[in-house]
Design a protein around this ligand. Structure first.
Ligand SMILES: *[C@@H]1O[C@H](CO)[C@@H](O)[C@H](O)[C@H]1NC(C)=O
Ligand SMILES: *[C@@H]1O[C@H](CO)[C@@H](O)[C@H](O)[C@H]1NC(C)=O
Ligand SMILES: *[C@@H]1O[C@H](CO)[C@@H](O)[C@H](O)[C@H]1NC(C)=O
Length: 446
């Protein structure tokens, strides 16, 4: 295979032209974001036989329960007993129907010693990989064939722009556990090796031989090896591949380039996100982030600490439609009532016992106690809250499908605004007298 690799590297110009054109054509009719939901949530009715166009039809809202928004399927390790040494548990709409229409999913990836996640592409999502345990080498390849790669350790993460080929390898001395976080409820995966060498019907050997500039016998040999590999991925992603043909599923506005590492110091006019650093100054480091490794102080009124992994701290996320924050809660600590105007949120409990809840526009509360390894979903824009109900500190990863989701804290919004909302208005809203309002305001510095 070494000669093939050499030849591929040198045969680039035709594809650069071809795909540069295609990217422009592709982007033009697809300016859409994910279709904005017209309801708070839409728990997927996976059994429905109704024709589906984009996602699944909803279960009747009256049948929704708190359980629909919590998922425990990522708690247990997945078997890595296969040639690649990789196992996975998917937290997409098929296993976790509560995320239907919410534009986010989280999966667990287990890697044996030396195990790999084979080369693949998610056509509909950018991805953050957060390392729970171990040391993993991640790499992605831009459309200009530049490889950006690096090793990440527990608590660190990397970002992979939507649609680019990427891979991972466990390079540590123990099993690795990774959370693969994607900004689509069903991101789809094209596994490159089987896509190319084990398709049905098969791509003719002559075509592949010409593509890879090798002899047809080399192709035949690769094909027979790929076919005999009992790949976990063949099973894992076969169901997703059905969805490829559907049009325009994107989350945030479609970028017109592979990435746009934010130039946080730029003084250019900012319209939506940041301007890009010159591509020539971008390095692998721009796509890796270590800022969530350390606990955040919880020594405050709420017993709550947060460290942001959004575009302001991790500029590689610019235009990628994803962010991930670290939340620490002291025993008894709360995350105050708040909402994110621009993102749905998935919360993964790394440590501790936390009650999470959200409130619908009909004032129904869906809440549940969650333990380590469990996942929940908070629909975009809805008010939500959390409390550490365990004896130890809790550690949560809050994953949002926006590079800058916004954080409206209800108590501060109402009682700590600048200028202050007049007391008579608040008194009328909350049906108390103005001295009660004044007393609450004084606690928030107003
Ligand atoms: C789908 O049908 C199966 C078998 O009838 C049932 O066990 C399951 O609860 C149904 N799922 C949903 C989401 O309605
Ligand atoms: C974490 O804390 C250690 C010890 O205080 C410090 O040396 C290190 O720089 C911190 N790491 C990050 C990413 O903040
Ligand atoms: C305002 O309401 C509180 C609580 O009901 C009550 O204790 C207080 O006396 C009231 N103050 C005035 C000025 O009416």
């Amino acid at each position: 295979m070494a000669p093939a690799k050499f030849n591929i590297k040198t045969a680039s110009s035709f594809f650069l032209v071809l795909y540069a054109t295609m990217i422009l054509l592709f982007a033009l009719p697809c300016f859409s974001s994910d279709p904005d939901p017209l309801q708070d949530f839409c728990v997927a009715d996976l059994n429905s036989t109704t024709t589906t166009v984009n996602g699944y039809p909803c279960k009747p809202e009256s049948q929704g329960t708190s359980k629909d928004f919590i998922y425990s399927g990522l708690v247990e390790e997945a078997s890595t007993d296969n040639p690649e040494g990789v196992g996975g548990r998917l937290g997409n709409v098929k296993s976790f129907p509560g995320i239907n229409t919410l534009g986010i999913s989280v999966s667990r990836i287990d890697l044996a010693l030396g195990g790999i996640v084979p080369l693949h592409v998610h056509p509909r999502a950018s991805e953050i990989n957060y390392i729970v345990k171990g040391e993993v080498n991640f790499g992605f390849i831009s459309t200009s064939n530049v490889l950006y790669s690096g090793v990440v350790k527990a608590g660190q993460m990397s970002v992979v722009p939507r649609g680019l080929v990427h891979y991972a390898k466990n390079v540590g001395g123990e099993k690795a556990v990774v959370l693969g976080i994607l900004n689509s409820q069903l991101p789809g995966s094209v596994l490159i090796p089987s896509n190319i060498f084990a398709s049905n019907p098969t791509i003719p050997n002559g075509v592949l031989a010409k593509n890879f500039r090798v002899d047809e016998t080399v192709i035949a040999n690769i094909k027979s090896n790929i076919k005999t590999a009992t790949s976990f991925f063949l099973v894992l992603y076969s169901t997703m591949i059905l969805f490829f043909a559907l049009p325009c599923f994107s989350s945030d506005p479609d970028p017109l380039q592979d990435f746009c590492v934010a130039d946080l110091s730029s003084t250019s006019t900012i319209v939506n996100g940041y301007s890009c650093k010159p591509a020539s100054t971008v390095t692998s480091n721009d796509f890796f982030y270590s800022g969530l490794m350390n606990e955040t102080s919880t020594a405050n009124l709420f017993g709550f600490g947060a460290t942001q992994g959004d575009v302001t701290t991790f500029p590689g996320l610019n235009t990628q439609g994803l962010s991930i924050n670290r939340l620490d809660l002291a025993p008894g600590g709360i995350i105050p009532l708040h909402s994110h105007p621009r993102a749905s949120e998935a919360n993964f409990i790394v440590k501790g016992e936390v009650t999470f809840g959200f409130i619908t526009t009909n004032n129904v509360v869906y809440s549940k106690l969650m333990k380590a390894g469990e996942l929940n979903i908070i629909p975009r824009g809805l008010v939500h809250f959390a409390k550490n109900v365990g004896q130890e500190k809790a550690f949560i990863l809050a994953i949002l499908n926006s590079q800058l989701p916004g954080f409206s804290t209800i108590p501060l919004n109402l009682f700590g605004s600048s200028p202050a909302i007049p007391n008579d208005i608040l008194a009328k809203n909350f049906q108390v007298n103005e001295s009660v309002i004044a007393s609450i305001k004084s606690k928030f510095g107003n």
